[in-house]
Ligand binder design. Structure first.
Ligand SMILES: C[S@@+](CC[C@H](N)C(=O)[O-])C[C@H]1O[C@@H](n2cnc3c(N)ncnc32)[C@H](O)[C@@H]1O
Length: 209
Protein backbone atom coordinates (compact mmCIF):
# COMPACT_ATOMS: atom_id res chain seq x y z
CA UNK A 1 0.00 0.00 0.00
CA UNK A 2 1.26 3.52 -0.78
CA UNK A 3 2.53 5.18 2.37
CA UNK A 4 1.92 8.74 1.21
CA UNK A 5 -0.54 10.41 -1.06
CA UNK A 6 -0.27 14.03 -2.13
CA UNK A 7 -3.14 15.80 -0.34
CA UNK A 8 -2.92 18.66 -2.85
CA UNK A 9 -3.78 16.37 -5.77
CA UNK A 10 -6.98 17.45 -7.58
CA UNK A 11 -8.21 13.92 -6.84
CA UNK A 12 -9.17 15.19 -3.36
CA UNK A 13 -10.86 18.44 -4.42
CA UNK A 14 -14.25 16.80 -4.63
CA UNK A 15 -15.29 15.74 -1.16
CA UNK A 16 -17.63 12.83 -0.58
CA UNK A 17 -21.17 13.69 0.50
CA UNK A 18 -21.21 13.89 4.29
CA UNK A 19 -24.21 12.53 6.13
CA UNK A 20 -25.61 14.13 9.28
CA UNK A 21 -24.44 13.20 12.79
CA UNK A 22 -27.66 11.26 13.36
CA UNK A 23 -26.93 9.14 10.29
CA UNK A 24 -23.30 8.66 11.32
CA UNK A 25 -23.90 7.63 14.93
CA UNK A 26 -26.40 5.68 17.02
CA UNK A 27 -26.76 8.62 19.42
CA UNK A 28 -25.79 11.93 17.83
CA UNK A 29 -26.04 13.75 21.19
CA UNK A 30 -22.88 12.16 22.61
CA UNK A 31 -19.64 14.16 22.84
CA UNK A 32 -17.86 14.14 19.48
CA UNK A 33 -14.12 13.64 18.97
CA UNK A 34 -12.44 14.00 15.57
CA UNK A 35 -9.14 12.29 14.72
CA UNK A 36 -7.43 13.73 11.63
CA UNK A 37 -5.20 11.29 9.72
CA UNK A 38 -6.51 8.23 11.55
CA UNK A 39 -4.90 5.67 9.16
CA UNK A 40 -6.64 2.29 9.69
CA UNK A 41 -8.47 3.67 12.72
CA UNK A 42 -7.03 1.20 15.28
CA UNK A 43 -6.73 3.95 17.90
CA UNK A 44 -10.37 4.96 17.34
CA UNK A 45 -11.57 1.35 17.59
CA UNK A 46 -9.78 1.08 20.96
CA UNK A 47 -11.41 4.32 22.12
CA UNK A 48 -14.91 3.69 20.80
CA UNK A 49 -15.23 0.22 22.29
CA UNK A 50 -14.39 1.45 25.80
CA UNK A 51 -15.74 5.02 25.88
CA UNK A 52 -19.33 4.48 24.87
CA UNK A 53 -20.34 7.99 25.98
CA UNK A 54 -18.30 9.51 23.13
CA UNK A 55 -18.73 9.44 19.36
CA UNK A 56 -15.50 9.15 17.38
CA UNK A 57 -15.00 10.29 13.80
CA UNK A 58 -11.83 9.63 11.82
CA UNK A 59 -10.73 11.37 8.63
CA UNK A 60 -8.26 9.54 6.43
CA UNK A 61 -6.91 10.37 2.99
CA UNK A 62 -5.77 6.86 2.02
CA UNK A 63 -8.84 5.30 0.49
CA UNK A 64 -8.01 1.64 1.15
CA UNK A 65 -7.46 2.32 4.87
CA UNK A 66 -10.71 4.28 5.02
CA UNK A 67 -12.70 1.55 3.25
CA UNK A 68 -11.34 -1.20 5.52
CA UNK A 69 -12.08 0.83 8.64
CA UNK A 70 -15.59 1.63 7.48
CA UNK A 71 -16.27 -2.03 6.67
CA UNK A 72 -15.01 -3.12 10.09
CA UNK A 73 -17.38 -0.66 11.80
CA UNK A 74 -20.34 -2.03 9.84
CA UNK A 75 -19.40 -5.68 10.44
CA UNK A 76 -18.97 -5.11 14.18
CA UNK A 77 -22.05 -2.89 14.36
CA UNK A 78 -20.20 -0.20 16.32
CA UNK A 79 -22.57 2.74 16.69
CA UNK A 80 -20.22 5.39 18.12
CA UNK A 81 -17.51 5.25 15.45
CA UNK A 82 -17.43 6.44 11.86
CA UNK A 83 -14.96 7.42 9.16
CA UNK A 84 -14.81 10.00 6.40
CA UNK A 85 -12.56 9.72 3.35
CA UNK A 86 -10.52 12.59 1.93
CA UNK A 87 -8.21 15.50 2.62
CA UNK A 88 -9.15 16.86 6.07
CA UNK A 89 -8.25 20.39 4.95
CA UNK A 90 -10.77 20.32 2.11
CA UNK A 91 -13.40 18.52 4.16
CA UNK A 92 -13.34 20.89 7.13
CA UNK A 93 -13.17 23.92 4.86
CA UNK A 94 -16.35 22.85 3.08
CA UNK A 95 -19.66 24.42 4.07
CA UNK A 96 -21.33 21.00 4.28
CA UNK A 97 -19.09 19.98 7.19
CA UNK A 98 -20.00 22.92 9.43
CA UNK A 99 -22.07 20.50 11.54
CA UNK A 100 -18.81 18.73 12.43
CA UNK A 101 -16.81 21.79 13.44
CA UNK A 102 -19.80 23.21 15.35
CA UNK A 103 -20.34 20.00 17.35
CA UNK A 104 -16.87 18.64 17.90
CA UNK A 105 -15.55 18.73 21.50
CA UNK A 106 -11.97 17.83 20.63
CA UNK A 107 -9.68 17.14 17.68
CA UNK A 108 -6.50 15.07 17.60
CA UNK A 109 -3.68 15.22 15.06
CA UNK A 110 -1.49 12.28 15.96
CA UNK A 111 1.85 11.99 14.21
CA UNK A 112 0.83 13.78 11.01
CA UNK A 113 2.96 13.13 7.92
CA UNK A 114 6.07 15.34 8.35
CA UNK A 115 6.75 16.05 4.64
CA UNK A 116 10.40 16.78 5.44
CA UNK A 117 11.42 18.61 2.25
CA UNK A 118 10.81 22.34 2.44
CA UNK A 119 9.07 22.39 -0.94
CA UNK A 120 6.62 19.80 0.44
CA UNK A 121 5.75 21.69 3.64
CA UNK A 122 2.56 22.92 1.99
CA UNK A 123 1.34 19.31 2.02
CA UNK A 124 1.38 19.24 5.81
CA UNK A 125 -2.07 19.04 7.25
CA UNK A 126 -1.58 21.98 9.63
CA UNK A 127 -1.51 25.14 7.49
CA UNK A 128 -2.25 28.75 8.47
CA UNK A 129 -5.42 28.63 6.31
CA UNK A 130 -6.54 25.44 8.04
CA UNK A 131 -5.94 26.91 11.51
CA UNK A 132 -7.95 29.92 10.38
CA UNK A 133 -10.84 27.68 9.34
CA UNK A 134 -10.76 25.98 12.74
CA UNK A 135 -10.42 29.31 14.52
CA UNK A 136 -13.52 30.63 12.76
CA UNK A 137 -15.68 27.55 13.06
CA UNK A 138 -14.91 25.73 16.33
CA UNK A 139 -16.91 26.53 19.44
CA UNK A 140 -15.20 28.11 22.44
CA UNK A 141 -13.74 25.39 24.65
CA UNK A 142 -12.95 22.97 21.81
CA UNK A 143 -9.63 21.23 22.38
CA UNK A 144 -6.92 20.45 19.81
CA UNK A 145 -4.30 17.79 20.62
CA UNK A 146 -1.15 17.57 18.53
CA UNK A 147 1.51 14.86 18.85
CA UNK A 148 4.57 14.02 16.77
CA UNK A 149 8.04 12.49 17.01
CA UNK A 150 9.47 15.07 14.58
CA UNK A 151 10.74 18.16 16.43
CA UNK A 152 10.75 20.36 13.33
CA UNK A 153 7.15 19.43 12.59
CA UNK A 154 6.17 20.10 16.20
CA UNK A 155 7.75 23.57 16.09
CA UNK A 156 6.03 24.30 12.79
CA UNK A 157 2.59 23.14 14.03
CA UNK A 158 2.97 24.86 17.38
CA UNK A 159 4.01 28.13 15.75
CA UNK A 160 1.16 27.95 13.21
CA UNK A 161 -1.50 27.28 15.84
CA UNK A 162 -0.07 29.69 18.43
CA UNK A 163 -0.07 32.49 15.84
CA UNK A 164 -3.85 32.40 16.05
CA UNK A 165 -4.96 34.37 19.12
CA UNK A 166 -8.09 32.21 19.44
CA UNK A 167 -6.03 29.24 20.61
CA UNK A 168 -4.39 29.08 24.02
CA UNK A 169 -2.01 26.36 25.25
CA UNK A 170 -3.16 24.13 28.13
CA UNK A 171 -0.24 22.73 30.10
CA UNK A 172 -0.31 18.92 30.13
CA UNK A 173 0.20 18.89 33.91
CA UNK A 174 -3.00 20.93 34.34
CA UNK A 175 -5.03 18.73 32.02
CA UNK A 176 -7.55 16.25 33.37
CA UNK A 177 -7.51 13.31 30.95
CA UNK A 178 -10.25 11.46 32.81
CA UNK A 179 -12.91 13.69 31.25
CA UNK A 180 -11.30 13.79 27.82
CA UNK A 181 -11.90 11.70 24.69
CA UNK A 182 -9.05 9.42 25.84
CA UNK A 183 -9.33 8.80 29.60
CA UNK A 184 -7.37 5.52 29.36
CA UNK A 185 -4.53 7.20 27.43
CA UNK A 186 -4.67 4.71 24.57
CA UNK A 187 -1.78 5.09 22.16
CA UNK A 188 -1.80 5.27 18.37
CA UNK A 189 0.22 2.82 16.29
CA UNK A 190 2.86 5.43 15.53
CA UNK A 191 3.06 6.37 19.19
CA UNK A 192 3.64 2.71 20.14
CA UNK A 193 6.40 2.58 17.50
CA UNK A 194 7.97 5.78 18.87
CA UNK A 195 7.92 4.41 22.42
CA UNK A 196 9.45 1.05 21.43
CA UNK A 197 12.16 2.87 19.47
CA UNK A 198 12.74 5.41 22.26
CA UNK A 199 11.97 8.38 20.04
CA UNK A 200 11.12 11.70 21.69
CA UNK A 201 7.44 12.56 21.53
CA UNK A 202 6.39 16.21 21.36
CA UNK A 203 2.83 17.10 22.21
CA UNK A 204 0.63 20.06 23.05
CA UNK A 205 -2.97 20.78 23.89
CA UNK A 206 -4.77 23.96 22.80
CA UNK A 207 -8.15 25.34 23.73
CA UNK A 208 -10.27 27.59 21.56
CA UNK A 209 -11.00 30.72 23.60
C1 LIG B 1 2.07 9.05 9.96
S1 LIG B 1 0.42 8.53 9.79
C2 LIG B 1 -0.13 8.52 11.48
C3 LIG B 1 -1.32 7.64 11.67
C4 LIG B 1 -1.92 7.64 13.10
N1 LIG B 1 -2.50 8.93 13.40
C5 LIG B 1 -0.92 7.25 14.13
O1 LIG B 1 -0.57 8.09 14.98
O2 LIG B 1 -0.49 6.08 14.13
C6 LIG B 1 -0.39 9.96 9.13
C7 LIG B 1 -1.76 9.63 8.54
O3 LIG B 1 -2.41 10.83 8.14
C8 LIG B 1 -3.00 10.63 6.86
N2 LIG B 1 -3.11 11.96 6.23
C9 LIG B 1 -2.09 12.73 5.79
N3 LIG B 1 -2.54 13.90 5.31
C10 LIG B 1 -3.89 13.88 5.46
C11 LIG B 1 -4.93 14.80 5.15
N4 LIG B 1 -4.66 15.98 4.60
N5 LIG B 1 -6.21 14.46 5.46
C12 LIG B 1 -6.48 13.26 6.02
N6 LIG B 1 -5.54 12.34 6.32
C13 LIG B 1 -4.27 12.64 6.07
C14 LIG B 1 -2.04 9.68 6.17
O4 LIG B 1 -2.61 9.02 5.08
C15 LIG B 1 -1.68 8.74 7.32
O5 LIG B 1 -2.60 7.68 7.44
Amino acid sequence: MRQHVNPLSIHFNQIEGLTSLSEMFGDSKLNLHLDIGCAAGDFLFDLALVNTSWNYLGIEIREKLFKNAKLKVLEREIKNLNFVFGNANNILNDAQSKFITKNVKSISLNFPDPWFKKRHHKRRVIQPEFVNVLSNSLKKGTLIFIKTDVKDLFDYMNCTISNDFNFKVIEKKDFNYSESFNPNKFKTNREKYAIVNQLDIFERIYIKI
